[in-house]
Design a protein around this ligand. Structure first.
Ligand SMILES: Nc1ncnc2c1ncn2[C@@H]1O[C@H](COP(=O)(O)OP(=O)(O)OP(=O)(O)O)[C@@H](O)[C@H]1O
Ligand SMILES: [Mg+2]
Length: 281
C-alpha cells in the first residue's frame, strides 16, 4: 500500500513538472506542497484503517478458532473416556488412553484461554455470574484438585475458617488454580507452596506464595500483559509450558469482580501473588 502511494505521488509530480517549470511560480509550489500533504494524510489514514482491519480479523479468527475447536476436543475427551472404561485393553493401551486424556485436557485449557483472550480483545470482557459462596470451601476444593494432579508439590492452605462472599465461583476458581499452578510450574516444588485466605473490612484476600529465584523487576510491569511480554521476548526466553495468558486472564476476572492482583517478588521473601476483591453482599 505504501509503495502504491509512493508510485502515485511520483507519477503525478513527474507529469506535473513535465507540463511546466512550476517551481518558478510560487503558487505552483504551494499547490505541490498541498498535494504532498494530502498524499501523506491519505497514506496515514489508509495505514490506520488497514491496521485496524487486520487487528479485527486477528481477534475474530482467534475467537472463531477457539470456539470451533471445542466440538472436536469434546469428541476426543468423550472417546478417551469411553476407551478408558473398555475392559479388553492391555497396559500399554491404557497408558496411551491416559496420555490422550491428559493432552486433550491441556488442549481444552488452552482453547478456553484463547476464547477468554478473544472475549477481552473484542471488548465484551470475561462474563461473571456472582452468587454468594463460601470462599474457603472453594479454596479447599481447588487445593485438593491441584494436589491430586501434582503430587510432587506440597500445598499448605491456611487462613480464616470461613469467608462468605459474592463472586463467580467458577471464574474465581480459575484464578486460584492459575496462581497455584503457576507457583508449582514456576516455583520450587521442593518447598511448600502457601495459599492463605484472609478477610477484613469487607475485602477478601487470597495470597499464593512460592520460593525460587524472584521474577526480575524488569518483567514485573509486563506480567499481566501477554502482548508486551511477547514483544519483549527473546529467542532464548524459555516458556515451554503455556500460552502465557494465565495471569492476564486471572487479572481480567479479578478486575471484573472490582478487585486487584498484586505481586511481590524478592530473594529474601520469595514470590507472592495477592488477590483482593470486595466481599459484596
Ligand atoms: N508464581 C510464580 N513464580 C515465578 N514466576 C512466575 C510465577 N507466576 C508467573 N510467573 C512468571 O510470569 C509469566 C507469566 O505467567 P502466566 O501465568 O501468565 O503464563 P504461563 O504460566 O507462562 O502460561 P499459561 O498460564 O498460559 O499456561 C510466567 O511465564 C513466569 O515467567
Ligand atoms: Mg500460568
Amino acid at each position: 500500500m505504501v509503495s502504491e502511494y509512493r508510485a502515485l505521488r511520483s507519477s503525478v509530480l513527474r507529469l506535473w513538472l513535465a507540463q511546466e517549470t512550476s517551481v518558478e511560480h510560487p503558487e505552483r509550489v504551494a499547490e505541490i506542497i498541498r498535494f504532498n500533504e494530502a498524499i501523506d494524510q491519505a497514506l496515514m489514514e489508509s495505514i490506520a484503517a488497514y491496521g485496524k482491519a487486520v487487528e479485527t480479523t486477528r481477534k475474530l479468527v482467534l475467537g472463531v478458532l477457539g470456539h470451533d475447536m471445542r466440538a472436536p476436543l469434546t469428541a476426543i475427551t468423550m472417546g478417551a473416556g469411553l476407551l478408558a472404561n473398555a475392559h479388553q485393553m492391555g497396559v500399554r493401551e491404557q497408558k496411551v488412553v491416559g496420555q490422550i486424556s491428559v493432552s486433550v485436557e491441556r488442549a481444552n485449557d488452552m482453547v478456553n484461554d484463547l476464547l477468554d483472550l478473544a472475549r477481552c480483545n473484542l471488548s465484551t470482557g470475561i462474563p461473571i455470574q456472582r452468587q454468594t459462596f463460601e470462599l474457603r470451601e472453594l479454596c479447599t476444593s481447588f487445593v485438593k484438585e491441584v494436589s491430586l494432579a501434582h503430587p510432587e508439590a506440597t500445598i499448605v492452605f491456611e487462613g480464616i475458617s470461613s469467608l462468605s462472599a459474592s463472586f463467580d465461583p467458577q471464574r474465581m476458581g480459575q484464578v486460584i488454580s492459575n496462581l497455584v499452578i503457576n507457583a508449582i510450574r514456576h516455583g520450587d516444588v521442593k518447598k511448600p507452596i502457601q495459599l492463605r485466605l484472609t478477610g477484613s473490612h469487607g475485602v477478601a484476600q487470597i495470597d499464593v506464595h512460592n520460593w525460587r529465584s524472584p521474577i526480575s523487576p524488569d518483567e514485573l510491569p509486563y506480567l499481566f500483559n501477554p502482548e508486551a511480554r511477547l514483544a519483549r521476548a527473546t529467542d532464548d526466553s524459555e516458556n515451554t509450558h503455556g500460552l502465557g495468558l494465565g495471569l492476564f486472564i486471572a487479572n481480567e476476572i479479578v478486575t471484573s469482580h472490582g478487585g486487584t492482583i498484586d505481586v511481590m517478588s524478592s530473594d529474601e521473601d520469595g514470590t507472592t501473588f495477592k488477590v483482593a476483591f470486595p466481599q459484596g453482599s
